[in-house]
Design a protein around this ligand. Structure first.
Ligand code: GLN
Ligand code: ZN
Length: 748
């Protein structure tokens, strides 16, 4: 008789920040010297233990250990494996955690590690810099393993694998990406040995980089790595996620004991198993509930799919698990007291995912699901008008009536702007008084009238400052907005906003993404009051300021019953109403920000064209019917533009502003080869730093721009919004910027 298949429940990672954002508060207190080293560590320890307990209670057999981090898991590896770049090695360190946080956040004259997006998520990791060979400096996970075992928890230590770690790292110029690999493998082996000795049976080695495009050379490196790491002491679960693996046959043959695959995001993984089979001596990590979105799992479907996969794969055993770490989800739906029970029914956050894993594990063991398991999908009430509008879209809906050259002349007539027009990106300081007033208004402690009056005073001040500085195109300052996406989500139908749905973006910074669960529409104007008030104070043009459809989409959890493209079009139509109302109210320039345009780019190359196609269309749909005289702006923060410059051009905005300083001006060089004709402002100074830019620096940037762009197209603006800066920094910085623009004008 066939041996009974062993089925275990497992998890890959859990949110770290705490139900009440305890970690955030402790970290920020620590940075302000209000929390001691000991207190911070204590908070981390108790959070860690609670996270284990939650998973144990939920019925998870293999609980990740080492997924927790004080700031970032890539930084932890950098520190523990001795990748401490020279500029930090030279620092005198007084406190234990000082080096760690200096690498994370920088210190006077010491820039931190660079930060960038973790694959296509909204989590940001600190990019390791490998300027020295590795050295095992610490193994904190070892202590955690022992502690977990003492607490009767089956620990599954987690570590980013050598291939992914090096792929995501920076090496000095001229060095090979894998130059430290042989030594690094020694460190990994030592660590695994210590973990095994402490009693860990399985280790989860995360290799999400295996889902990216890989060369034959790289797959050889991966083979070398795992032939080297493999040891009889400990079982390796080679964990991939976020997409399917292209080199499946090679990966399946690696000498590891388990292969973890994401069956939620990728159909390819199942196709590959059908085609090539699954090694019968290996354990299958079955990623079956979604770690990237918030919809409750349809258990009937998931159960059927899991059975199908297991039947085809015939693995040695199965780990039933989420598709990826639950780090990318809010903690629990239980923390939401204001959502209706109807809505809560269809949602699952991290804690609820654990329950789903446990139910599916039991069901697969027994061969059937318990009666009454959730088999629904979100019950949405369709808005007939929205559906109809989308169905009736014609190509004209995506086209401005006249080409850019003609629009430019007409806009010039209306706006009469000088050469090198000066402007800012939108927000001005969200000072404490602004945040406090908003909080009081939300709690009902002050009424609408008092709040509106406060906002008007802020806008008046802001307009006054901009006029005083002599800027050409003004903004209202965005004082009424908590966040550029949430603000609009609260004003449109189809969105849910949570009270406690915080997700870590980086370090102590969390975001609360809205949830798009139904058809989107705009019942009432969203920005007209503020923009028109600001415009009434000045003869200079004030920009209408909106967040674009693609950014709203990419920074939300999105329903899955209709294509993303369609949701993007729905948002675009809602924004279009706002754009037309702004125009009708006499606003001559409207900026539609798309900082997250690049972020939605799929990990797999073959999916990119289609994304760019509809993303460009969604942006165009949001503003195409305005008059040629109305000037449409957009703004993007730093992103690699080279591969999307054609799409950016196709968005057909009259003016675009792009952050420039984080790439040290690299974006400028794109225009050496790409002939861009429309208006463009490449950030003239870095707004992430409190530093006041010197006039010479601003001038140098502008001169670089003028080498590749015509004077008629060049705008002058800071990199990004000024929301996080102080007035004391902004005023002298903008004064320098305006003076430089004037001098440059006069010199021509
Ligand atoms: N208009 C927004 C602001 O100034 C743009 C923010 C952004 O680029 N992320 O804050
Ligand atoms: Zn920006």
């Amino acid at each position: 008789m066939e041996e009974k298949l062993e089925i275990w429940s497992s998890n890959l990672g859990y949110p770290r920040i705490g139900e009440k954002r305890e970690l955030k508060k402790a970290l920020e207190g620590y940075w302000q010297d209000k929390v001691t080293d000991e207190e911070l560590k204590q908070t981390a320890t108790s959070l860690q233990e609670r996270i284990w307990e939650t998973q144990k209670q939920a019925g998870i057999d293999f609980i990740p250990v080492g997924d927790f981090s004080l700031y970032d898991h890539m930084l932890d590896i950098s520190i523990n494996f001795g990748f401490i770049p020279k500029r930090f090695r030279q620092q005198t360190i007084k406190k234990e955690l000082e080096l760690y946080f200096t690498m994370a956040r920088g210190a006077k004259n010491v820039p931190p590690l660079e930060m960038t997006k973790w694959f296509d998520t909204n989590y940001h990791y600190l990019v390791p810099e490998i300027d020295t060979p590795p050295k095992l400096l610490g193994n904190p996970i070892l202590t955690l393993i022992k502690k977990a075992i003492a607490l009767n928890i089956q620990p599954k230590p987690v570590l980013v694998g050598p291939y992914t770690f090096l792929t995501l790292s920076k090496v000095p110029e001229g060095k090979d990406k894998f130059w430290v690999l042989p030594k690094l493998l020694e460190v990994y082996k030592e660590v695994l040995k210590q973990w095994a000795m402490a009693g860990a049976k399985w280790v989860q080695i995360d290799e999400p980089a295996l889902v990216l495009e890989m060369s034959g050379e790289e797959i050889k490196v991966v083979k070398d790595i795992y032939h080297n790491l493999s040891s009889p002491d400990i079982n390796i679960m080679l964990q991939t996620y976020f997409e399917g693996v292209d080199f499946y046959p090679e990966i399946a043959k690696l000498p590891v004991q388990g292969i973890g695959l994401d069956f939620v995001r990728s159909h390819n993984n199942l196709e590959n198993i059908k085609k090539y089979g699954f090694p019968k001596e290996k354990v299958l990590g079955l990623g079956i509930v979604n770690g990237r979105n918030v919809w409750r799992t349809n258990l009937t479907h998931a159960f059927a799919l899991a059975k199908e996969i297991i039947d085809i794969a015939h693995p040695k055993a199965v780990f039933v698990q989420p598709s990826c770490s639950l780090l990318h989800l809010p903690i629990s739906i239980e923390l939401e007291t204001k959502l209706s029970s109807e809505v809560k029914q269809i949602l699952a956050f991290a804690k609820e995912r654990l329950q789903e894993v446990a139910i599916l594990t039991q069901a697969l063991r027994k061969g059937e699901l318990p009666a009454g398991s959730f088999a629904g999908s979100p019950e949405v009430h369709p808005l007939k008008e929205v559906k109809e509008k989308i169905a009736q879209l014609k190509s004209e809906d995506f086209e401005r009536a006249e080409p850019y050259e003609k629009r430019f002349l007409k806009q010039q007539k209306v706006l009469n702007l000088p050469l090198f027009p000066t402007t800012t990106i939108g927000s001005f300081p969200q000072t404490k008084d602004v945040r406090q007033k908003r909080a009081r208004f939300k709690r009902g402690e002050i009424d609408q009238q008092e709040y509106s009056q406060f906002l008007r005073e802020k806008m008046a001040f802001c307009i006054g400052i901009q006029e005083g500085l002599g800027l050409d195109v003004l903004v209202h300052g965005e004082f009424e907005r908590s966040d550029m996406v949430e603000y609009f989500a609260q004003k449109m139908t189809g969105f849910l906003v949570t009270q406690n749905g915080w997700v870590q973006s980086y370090g102590s910074r969390c975001v609360r993404p809205p949830i798009i669960y139904a058809d989107v529409s705009r019942p009432k104007p969203m920005t007209i009051n503020e923009i028109c008030y600001a415009q009434s104070l000045t003869p200079k043009p004030v920009k209408g300021m909106l967040t674009g459809p693609v950014t709203i989409l990419n920074w939300s959890y999105v329903r899955e019953d209709i294509p993303r493209k369609e949701v993007a079009f729905q948002i675009a139509l809602a924004l279009r109403d706002e754009v037309l109302d702004l125009e009708k109210a006499g606003i001559k320039i409207i900026q539609i920000d798309e900082p997250a345009f690049r972020e939605g780019l799929p990990l797999k190359k073959e999916k990119r064209k289609s994304y760019l196609d509809w993303a460009v269309k969604a942006f165009r749909l949001s503003n195409a019917p305005v008059k040629p005289q109305t000037q449409i702006h957009t703004h993007m923060c730093y992103a690699e533009f080279k591969d999307i410059i054609e799409a950016i051009d196709a968005m057909d905005a009259d003016v675009i502003s792009i952050e420039c300083s984080r790439s040290k001006g690299d974006v400028i060089s794109i225009f050496e080869t790409y002939h861009y004709k429309k208006g463009i402002g490449l950030g003239t100074y870095d707004i992430h730093s409190p530093r006041i830019p010197k006039k010479e620096e601003i001038l140098a940037t502008l001169k670089r721009c003028l080498k590749v762009l015509a004077p008629q197209q060049l705008w002058v603006n800071p990199d990004c919004g000024l929301k996080t800066r102080q007035w004391e920094e902004i005023i002298p910085s903008l004064r320098n910027m305006v003076e430089v623009a004037r001098e440059l004008r006069d010199s021509l």
